[in-house]
Design a protein around this ligand. Structure first.
Ligand SMILES: NC(=O)c1ccc[n+]([C@@H]2O[C@H](COP(=O)([O-])OP(=O)(O)OC[C@H]3O[C@@H](n4cnc5c(N)ncnc54)[C@H](OP(=O)(O)O)[C@@H]3O)[C@@H](O)[C@H]2O)c1
Length: 366
């Protein structure tokens, strides 16, 4: 069994992957930045959160503090030599998920310089039989129309993207590409679409994307119950959502297999229509949302303006409808049932809204 090294290990997707790897008895090295806290403690808290407080066997888990952009990760050289010895699958998950112009330095420092440094550390210490996996995003397609293939695309100016996050993730892919071509990196890119909760249980412990939107609408509904408000959303457009259990299952398959394609799009085969998400929210929270494709700001009432301001990120994705090529992924995985179906999305949204009201009850009681 290969040892799996994962950076950004305490993040949402990485920690769920680690949880599944540990259940399957893989040896896992987790790189977690301290950020003023104890990295080991951060990792155990996140694993406890995933497992609803239940203990899992962590005897195969080692946690190390590191600094993504510092030389040799600011780690002891002997530790680096030791963790990279043998056949290792190294997964680069760490990323800054901000997107706005004022955070551009921070975004590029983590998402591009961080990847450059990660590749350097890997090239210096990893053996020839090891593999480097960069976790990218399907949204690095930017303002693309047509079929987004499982291949590298050139770096482009910011005008080709919705935000700096997308651009930085494209640039990072090209860091991997250059190192494959020039420095013999055994590198791969796995692009994810929007990762949601667990499709079997509905348990949803992320507040990214549609859940961030749901959280904002829920808080507005509590403030202005029973209002009828228009939102700038194209009801016919879709969201490409991929359940966390699907992602981790597919990543485990990557670790299991000897031959892995250079690039794969881990996206859903069943995009979910925005109208369904809006209808579900209308059932779950005391507000009536009306999706309007071309909602002009000057026609909005104050509540609609408030929603629109809070949607600055989500709004650029509300009429997104790119097609993703998955031929390489499909050949690799063979069984590519991705989910989620509409029923499981409704279950996740119900779970998520439920956790918000529990939090609110706690706040009210405090
Ligand atoms: N979630 C999605 O829907 C989605 C979709 C497509 C692609 N992805 C990709 O999947 C990966 C994981 O995403 P996620 O949603 O799991 O994100 P997340 O929960 O925000 O986790 C991000 C991780 O990166 C770490 N990180 C951020 N800045 C860092 C820095 N400067 N130095 C070191 N570590 C740093 C964070 O550490 P701290 O906790 O210390 O900040 C955290 O461990 C990312 O590469 C993302 O681009 C995610």
């Amino acid at each position: 069994m290969r040892t799996v090294i994962i950076n950004g290990a305490n993040g949402y997707v990485a920690s769920n992957f680690i949880n599944d790897l540990l259940k399957q008895h893989y040896k896992v090295i987790a790189l977690v930045r301290g950020n003023g806290k104890d990295p080991e403690d951060r990792m155990s808290k996140v694993l406890a959160h995933i497992n609803d407080g239940k203990e899992i066997n962590t005897s195969n888990l080692e946690v190390y503090d590191y600094s993504l952009i510092d030389k040799k990760f600011s780690m002891n050289e002997n530790v680096l030599k030791s963790i990279f010895s043998g056949s290792v699958d190294y997964f680069h998950f760490a990323a800054n998920l901000k997107y706005d112009e004022k955070s551009v330095e921070e975004i590029f420092s983590t998402n591009v310089d961080g990847v450059k440094n990660s590749v350097q550390v890997y090239l210096k210490y990893a053996t020839d039989s090891s593999r480097f996996f960069y976790i990218g995003t399907a949204y690095s397609c930017g303002k693309f129309s047509g079929l987004f293939e499982e291949k590298f695309y050139e770096n482009k100016d910011i005008s080709a993207f919705r935000n700096y996050y997308e651009q930085s993730k494209r640039f990072a892919e090209n860091v991997v590409r250059t190192n494959i071509q020039n420095n013999g990196l055994n590198g791969h890119v796995i692009r994810l679409s929007q990762v949601v909760g667990n499709q079997e249980t509905g348990i949803t412990k992320t507040d990214y994307g549609i859940f961030d939107f749901s959280k904002r609408i829920n808080s507005l509904a509590n403030r202005y119950p029973n209002e009828i408000v228009r939102v700038h959303v194209d009801p016919e457009a879709t969201q490409n959502l991929i359940p966390i259990d699907t992602v981790t299952g597919q990543l485990i398959k990557v670790v299991e297999e000897k031959e892995v394609p250079e690039i794969m799009n881990f996206v859903s085969k069943n995009p979910v229509r925005n109208s369904f998400i809006i209808d579900t929210l209308n059932e779950l929270v005391p507000i009536q949302l009306i999706p309007v494709k071309n909602l002009e700001p000057n026609t909005m009432n104050p509540i609609e303006r408030r929603i629109s301001a809070g949607m600055s990120f989500t709004e650029s994705y509300v009429s997104f409808d790119v097609l993703f090529d998955t031929r390489q992924r499909d050949t690799f995985l063979k069984n590519t049932e991705t989910g989620p179906d509409y029923k499981s999305i409704a279950k996740m949204m119900e779970y998520f809204i439920g956790t918000l009201s529990k939090k609110k009850t706690k706040i009210d009681a405090a």
